[in-house]
Design a protein around this ligand. Structure first.
Ligand code: PMP
Length: 367
């Protein structure tokens, strides 16, 4: 039963109930079309309206300047961290780029980029991903085509609360897991991308917001579906776009808008994450979050029980107990283990209170 289950998954993740109901209501017959969005030509006027409306709500929510293109692409976040070097490493003749590596996702992105140019990791390699190295210690290369970072590391729970200064080198950001969780100044970035399946819908579509003047430097071996210039010229329709996922994203964006936009999401996300961090911080070391306080994620909270390595028996019991209460998908990523609570926009304050209450109860029973 939907109403009894609380989904704390890291993505695909919870979608607002009202969005699911609207999609259900429109499922068999969208508007006056007589067919489902699933069956609709991407060239049909109904679908053109869906994609245009989705773009315009996104532009409004993020206040996207007119000199930025919005693309709706396939291949997920991974498709985009491959597409970025293919499209942007040729911006300058040295064919190099700077990467800030604060977790699995930026690490993967840097590794992929190495296929196409010289990649400089701007700080010494870290043994564990629990912090953001002090920006004053980064060795940024002024000849780099771009500086890349991940705004929120979904697995490690490390989130930036500032926009890095790059001395006018193009800034590229993976916002997959905190997109629209707070307002952002798009004009500070050359490119932003985000997979939809966390904060803005379901899997299948990835949004790319890219400054127009950066287009047209694509390497010749770039597969055409990853070529931003081609996709921008054809309104993301070089080939069939992920129509249904774009439709769902449109509904989620409308939901964000009617709930107060990025600023309202930010204050709610702040409140929610504090509830959980408070339980962790006041547990006398029973719950352990390895991430430094200044960069703890508001979206994904990884924690262990009793020690940094975790107590496997207690963690298993914690997860089983949570599941009995309808709280699901709290297991940490398989690469790090432990527990992870993801608190994306659609997770409500009440959902989060239920988790905090359970954590306190579990603590009382086991300390
Ligand atoms: N970046 C981040 C921050 C992610 O969390 C993920 C997926 N969890 C990806 C990139 C990769 O996305 P995808 O699985 O859609 O390729």
């Amino acid at each position: 039963d939907q109403t009894q289950t609380i989904n704390f998954g890291a993505g695909p993740a919870k979608i607002p109930q009202s969005v699911l109901l609207k999609a259900q209501q429109e499922f068999l017959n969208f508007s006056t079309s007589g067919i489902s969005v699933l069956e609709m030509s991407h060239r049909a006027s109904d679908f053109i309206q869906i994609i245009n409306r989705t773009e315009s709500v996104l532009r409004e929510l993020l206040n996207i300047p007119a000199n930025y293109k919005v693309l709706f692409l396939q291949g997920g976040g991974s498709g985009q961290f491959s597409a970025i070097p293919l499209n942007l490493i040729g911006l300058k003749k040295d064919m190099c780029a700077d990467y800030v590596v604060t977790g699995t996702w930026s690490e993967k992105a840097a590794k992929e980029a190495e296929k196409y140019g010289k990649i400089n990791i701007v700080h010494p390699k870290m043994d564990s991903y629990t912090k953001i190295p002090d920006p004053s210690s980064w060795t940024l290369n002024p000849a780099a085509s771009y500086v890349y970072y991940c705004n929120n590391e979904t697995i490690h729970g490390v989130e930036f609360n500032f926009i890095p200064e790059t001395n006018s080198v193009v800034l590229v950001c993976d916002m997959s897991s905190n997109f629209l969780s707070r307002p952002i100044d798009v004009s500070k970035f050359g490119l932003i991308y985000a997979g939809a399946q966390k904060n803005v819908g379901c899997a299948g579509v990835t949004v790319v917001i890219v400054r127009e003047d950066l287009l047209g430097h694509t390497l010749k071996e770039c597969p055409i579906i990853l070529d931003y210039k081609t996709q921008a010229e054809l309104n993301s329709m070089y080939n069939t776009p992920p129509c249904y996922s774009i439709y769902i994203m449109g509904l989620v964006l409308e939901w964000i808008k009617s709930n107060g936009g990025g600023a309202a999401m930010e204050s709610l996300n702040q409140q929610k994450s504090l509830l959980i961090y408070d339980v962790i911080n006041s547990s006398n070391g029973f719950y352990v979050c390895p991430v430094e306080e200044t960069c703890r994620s508001r979206m994904n909270i990884p924690f262990r029980i009793r020690s940094k390595e975790g107590d496997a028996t207690l963690e298993k019991e914690f997860l089983e107990g949570a599941s009995k209460k309808g709280m699901i998908s709290l297991k940490g990523h398989r690469s790090v283990g432990g527990i992870r609570a993801s608190l994306y926009n659609a997770v409500t304050l009440q959902d989060t209170e239920a988790l905090a209450t359970y954590m306190k109860e579990f603590l009382r029973q086991h300390q």
